[in-house]
Ligand binder design. Structure first.
Ligand code: FEO
Length: 162
């Protein structure tokens, strides 16, 4: 049976992961509206990944005999000034999620919940990757600057994500 303090904290993280999904879908909609179909694709894939993260935590609570409780989601932002601005906010958001995962891990440590610590190691690794991929896109966008052709080429690259 899962520790109640840990269960409550994981339920809270499920909400954050679904909010991440919602945020990236809103970003994808912005990209669609701004003639950036590749970025829209990348963000839609990210939306699905975040749902996967939420469901991984959901399934873990169920497997441990706990109770999943879903909380309300806030309305995500809908406007960004540029694709660079958008990806900078992706990175900022992922840094916040990394801090939340770290906090969750610390709760599992304090509660001596070893199974949850092991499960969360996957999320710790995933956050390293997520911050890295957002950082790489930001660096490329900075190089691209105001070049429409280069932005077009980058958007085509982002279209390849599946
Ligand atoms: Fe689920 Fe992007 O962290």
């Amino acid at each position: 049976m899962i520790n109640k303090t840990v269960e409550t904290a994981i339920n809270e993280q499920i909400k954050h992961e679904f909010y991440s999904a919602y945020l990236y879908l809103s970003m994808s909609a912005w990209a669609e509206a701004n003639n950036l179909p590749g970025a829209a694709n990348w963000l839609r894939v990210q939306f699905k990944e975040e749902q996967g993260h939420a469901m991984k935590l959901y399934d873990y609570i169920v497997e441990q005999g706990g109770r999943v409780l879903l909380g309300p989601l806030a309305q995500p932002p809908a406007e960004w000034t540029s694709l660079l601005d958008l990806f900078q906010q992706v990175l900022d958001h992922e840094k916040k999620v990394t801090a939340l995962i770290t906090k969750l891990y610390e709760i599992a440590v304090a509660e001596k919940d070893y199974a949850t610590q092991i499960m969360l190691q996957w999320f710790i690794n995933e956050q390293v990757e997520e911050e890295q991929s957002a950082t790489q896109i930001i660096e490329t966008l900075k190089l691209v600057g105001n070049s429409g052709t280069a932005l077009y080429m980058l958007d085509r690259q982002l279209a390849a994500r599946s």
